[in-house]
Design a protein around this ligand. Structure first.
Ligand code: MF3
Ligand code: CO
Ligand code: CO
Length: 257
């Protein structure tokens, strides 16, 4: 069931969305060669708790950490470990604070030190693809319009889109209906209505689209070991278009990441 949020529920989503954006912005600045994912996990946990929220990933279906940290060929759901970041890594941080029963979900892929041009190109394109998807959002548009916009940009560059993991409705639940695919056909699928809230979070691979889950039951990697990038925002359908609830103060939708 796709829920329509009331004005007061939307206000709660705005508050936690803003918090998610601030949390991500803070964590992004910590990524440097020599820093470990576990250090970011601790920082994220403390930052969130200090603001009266909880990290929704912690204990979610048994996930053991306060955020996901996905490096290089890890597509998503990386469990923070003690292996330090290296110069040239691309690092996705995915945070989901829960405040007063409401969730905000956002992620970004950042550069650790100096990365290769091919990595930068993949990350920049993935960011643009997320925004192309977001710009489709308005009442009467469909989920297929969002997927198509993302797919078009990725395929023009011969990158591939991960199909197994999707965006999702969000609100009182971390993951609600609808499922938001990052491929689609214009005009197909669920019609958007004002008051819907969902994430758009494309995962785009430099190589083939195929992925597998590691023995830890969480970490998702590309089969061909190619790099994978992702960005995510939580979006509200407004009467006239969209509002990005997790927008960061430092963020420029037009610019490079
Ligand atoms: N934040 C992820 C998403 O965007 C979900 C992480 S679930 C976890 O949907 F259990 F892996 F943390
Ligand atoms: Co999400
Ligand atoms: Co997320």
């Amino acid at each position: 069931m796709v829920t329509i949020k009331s004005p007061s529920e939307i206000e709660s989503m705005r508050i936690v969305g803003r918090m998610a954006g601030e949390c991500l912005e803070t964590m992004m600045k910590l990524v440097k060669p020599g820093v470990t994912p576990l250090e970011i996990d601790k920082a994220c946990h403390d930052w969130t708790i200090a603001r009266g929220a909880v990290p929704a990933t912690l204990g979610y279906n048994g996930f053991p950490a306060s955020l996901c940290v996905s490096v290089n060929d890890v597509v998503c759901h990386g469990i923070p470990g003690d292996r330090p970041f290296k110069d040239g890594d691309i690092v996705n941080l995915d945070v989901t604070p829960k405040l007063n029963g409401w969730h905000g979900d956002t992620n970004a892929t950042v550069f650790c030190g100096k990365v290769k041009p091919e990595a930068k190109k993949l990350v920049d394109l993935t960011y643009r693809a997320m925004w192309d998807g977001i710009r489709q959002v308005k009442p009467g548009a469909t989920l297929g319009d969002i997927g198509y916009a993302i797919q078009k940009l990725a395929q023009a560059n011969a990158y591939s889109i991960v199909l197994e993991y999707c965006g999702h409705g969000i609100g009182r639940e971390f993951h609600e209906d609808p499922t938001v695919s990052h491929v689609g056909r214009p005009g197909q699928g669920l019609k958007l209505k004002a008051g819907m809230t969902f994430t758009i979070e494309p995962m785009i691979n430099l190589g083939q689209r195929f992925v597998y889950v590691e023995d830890d039951d969480w970490t998702v990697r590309t089969r061909d070991k190619s790099l994978s990038a992702q960005f995510e925002h939580t979006v509200l359908v407004t009467d006239t278009g969209y509002e990005v609830l997790t927008l960061r103060k430092d963020e420029n939708p037009e610019g490079p990441v």
